[in-house]
Design a protein around this ligand. Structure first.
Ligand code: ZN
Length: 245
């Protein structure tokens, strides 16, 4: 195979790899952002559960104060009984005390309900919390993995760029210039294989005479339609490559 053609094929392989690695790099920050949003959502969920507890605590305190007030009232009314002179007044007072005591019973039941709710919500919160911590840990690990992947990809790209430099030095400048122009024009694909008479860049059917010449791989040929560099990969080599991989 012509040396220049061989170098062009290698250069294309490296550049295609760099392009696909860069595409992967672009996706990573988006994935990290998604994970961070997940964490924020989880935090919000937890905050909401905590708010429920705070509200219940508030209700509890209010109810306790209410009960205290009622008890105070009953105590005062009971003290009044000794000062009462008529039976009628006495009966009225007893009736009043009875009504308030009934109210007290109701409020004490309400307090019990609040205490029960508080207990249940606290249990819930604890469960949610341990779940959230587990999830957060998981997400953090995924984030670290992505960051590790990003570093590895960056290192790979740097190494490929070094290989690229060496290849460019081997290539006559006019070929490299043409390669660059084709890369720009064809979005990263300048050197393509011809397979069964077809240009794998633009799918033109290559004329038989040209196809025969390309098959020898002794010179540089271009696709008559898209202008890309063309090369032919012998079938045996393809099979060999498949066995190796
Ligand atoms: Zn073509």
């Amino acid at each position: 195979m012509s040396e220049e053609l061989n170098t062009l094929i290698k250069l294309q392989k490296i550049d295609s790899l760099i392009i696909s690695l860069k595409q992967k790099l672009e996706i990573i920050p988006l994935e990290i952002k998604k994970l961070e949003e997940k964490i924020q959502e989880i935090d919000k969920q937890f905050e909401n559960e905590k708010k429920k507890i705070i509200n219940l605590e508030k209700n509890k305190k209010e109810k306790e104060r209410e009960i205290e007030d009622i008890n105070e009232k009953i105590k005062k009314l009971k003290e009044k009984t000794s000062q009462i002179k008529t039976n009628k007044e006495y009966q009225a007072l007893l009736k009043e005390i009875e009504l308030i005591e009934e109210n007290l019973k109701k409020e004490e039941e309400n307090l019990l309900l609040i205490l029960y709710n508080l207990d249940e919500t606290q249990k819930n919160l604890n469960e949610v919390k341990s779940n959230l911590e587990l999830k957060k840990k998981e997400i953090d690990e995924q984030k670290k993995e992505l960051e590790k992947e990003r570093n590895i990809i960056n290192q790979k790209i740097e190494a490929l760029k070094e290989d690229r430099k060496k290849l460019i030095n081997e290539l006559p400048p006019e070929f490299y210039e043409e390669y660059r122009e084709l890369m720009k024009k064809h979005k990263g694909l300048a050197v393509v294989e011809v397979k069964n008479f077809i240009c794998q860049g633009c799918f033109l059917h290559i004329p038989p005479q040209l196809y025969v010449e390309i098959k020898i791989n002794q010179s540089i040929y271009h696709c008559p339609q898209c202008g890309r560099f063309l090369y032919y990969k012998p079938e045996e080599k393809l099979e060999e490559a498949q066995v190796q991989s």
